[in-house]
Design a protein around this ligand. Structure first.
Ligand SMILES: *Cc1c(COP(=O)(O)O)cnc(C)c1O
Length: 396
């Protein structure tokens, strides 16, 4: 038996019916022209979502984590120095991966709940007069804490330092749900996955790669075969793959981008902001706070809710799954138990979000937490009533 309830985890996200159906297709020869006809619109669509004005899109049968590995192994060499701030589980895991690849990571330790520290990044780059730092790694949306960092600000810091490092950005939980501007921000590699903003099953790593990153690929010596961009780009030119692609997922990706563009990307971002704001109103009504320390850092795709002293966020997540068949995210790493996470990205409406808030409240009441049933739901309802788009007009 599977549940009809939506999930409220930050990925995999709920799938639109039309996207699910698009993945379900007969076997297709990936060396045939039919595959090229299916693949090219997906690539073109990703370019629009990432706002790329040049460079290449690479779609690997993998996940976001494989996308990170591809980003570093194609542009860097053993012993290279990279600069990264650590402020959550995902920035931590990327740093760990770099270290395991024999890179020298210059780490800026940052309290969890804060974002990428622009001044410290600028200072580190200015101090690096020898140009030792080859890449700056940035996690756009730290899914563990619900913090969105200012990637344009990192680009400005790099420019202010006159530093020529690559800018590699993890956009796994932001791309397709929050504004992303690869060209405007001067991002060299943007990494996304299929199961978050693109509303697909897991199975694709989706990357935007700048001409500068493509040039770096020619001299980078970290070992790679499956993820080698050179093989990908050579075969892409003919509309193909160096190995067997995940054809159904690629068909789904093209359809998912149509769904996003039918709504309009700006409207998609506005909807995510609205849903997130409704969740934040509920959190405030519960007398709780987001883990993100200030409003400019609030993520529109995920809210990590700091639970009151003496409460354990993991208890809520377990109870929600066992009793109500509803999925929330647990706290990870340093904030394990201290937060629970409400994912509000992908295919979601205000009505769906209200159901998630109501389920969370039932769990809090069951656990004896000091909240009043309906308080958060009412705060979100008030906000949604006042900010609703009139559907009949929106459809025209
Ligand atoms: C989900 C996520 C990842 C990992 O992606 P997988 O697809 O699970 O490998 C990496 N970074 C961020 C910010 C994420 O949210």
């Amino acid at each position: 038996m599977y549940s009809q309830n939506p999930v409220f985890i930050p990925g995999p996200t709920n799938m639109p019916e039309v996207v699910r159906k698009a993945c379900d297709m007969p076997t297709l020869d990936h060396r045939s022209p039919a595959f090229a006809r299916l693949f090219k619109p997906a690539v073109a669509g990703v370019k629009r979502v990432l706002k790329m004005d040049q460079g290449e899109v690479i779609i690997l049968p993998s996940t976001g984590t494989g996308g990170w590995e591809a980003a570093i192994s194609n542009t860097l060499s053993p012993g290279d120095t990279v600069l990264a701030a650590r402020f959550g589980m995902f920035s931590h895991r990327w740093i760990d991966m770099c270290q395991r690849h024999g890179l020298n990571v210059q780490i800026i330790e940052t309290p969890w709940g804060q974002g990428a520290p622009l001044a410290a990044i600028e200072a580190a780059l200015k101090a690096d007069t020898a140009g030792t730092i080859k890449a700056v790694l940035a996690t756009h949306n730290e899914t563990a804490t619900g913090v969105r960092s200012d990637i344009a600000g990192i680009r400005r810091a790099m420019d202010a330092a006159g530093h020529g490092a690559l800018l590699l950005v993890d956009g796994v939980s932001s791309i397709g749900s929050m504004p992303f501007d690869m060209a405007g921000w001067g991002v060299d590699i943007a990494v996304a996955g299929s199961q978050k903003g693109f509303m697909l099953p897991a199975g694709l790593a989706i990357l935007g790669v700048s001409p500068k990153a493509i040039a770096a690929m020619e001299t980078a010596t970290l070992p790679r075969t499956f993820f080698d961009f050179r093989d990908m780009l050579r075969t892409y030119a003919a509309g193909g793959y160096p190995y067997t692609p995940a054809v159904g997922l690629i068909a789904g990706l093209a359809r998912a981008i149509e769904v996003l563009e039918d709504e309009g990307l700006e409207n998609v971002y506005a909807r995510h902001h609205r849903l997130a704001e409704g969740v934040r109103r509920a959190v405030a009504a519960w007398g709780m706070t987001p883990c993100a320390v200030s409003p400019d850092l609030y993520s529109d795709t995920i809210t990590a809710v700091v639970v009151p002293e003496g409460c354990n966020g993991t208890d809520l997540v377990k109870l929600a799954a066992e009793k109500y068949d509803v999925a929330f995210g647990v706290g990870l790493g340093e904030v394990a138990g201290k937060v629970f996470r409400i994912g509000h990205l992908g295919m979601l409406t205000d009505v769906m979000v209200l159901s998630g808030l109501a389920a969370a409240e039932m769990c809090m009441a069951d656990l004896g937490w000091n909240i009043r049933l309906g308080s958060g739901v009412a705060a979100a309802q008030d906000y949604f009533r006042g900010s609703a788009r009139i559907m009949a007009l929106a459809a025209e």
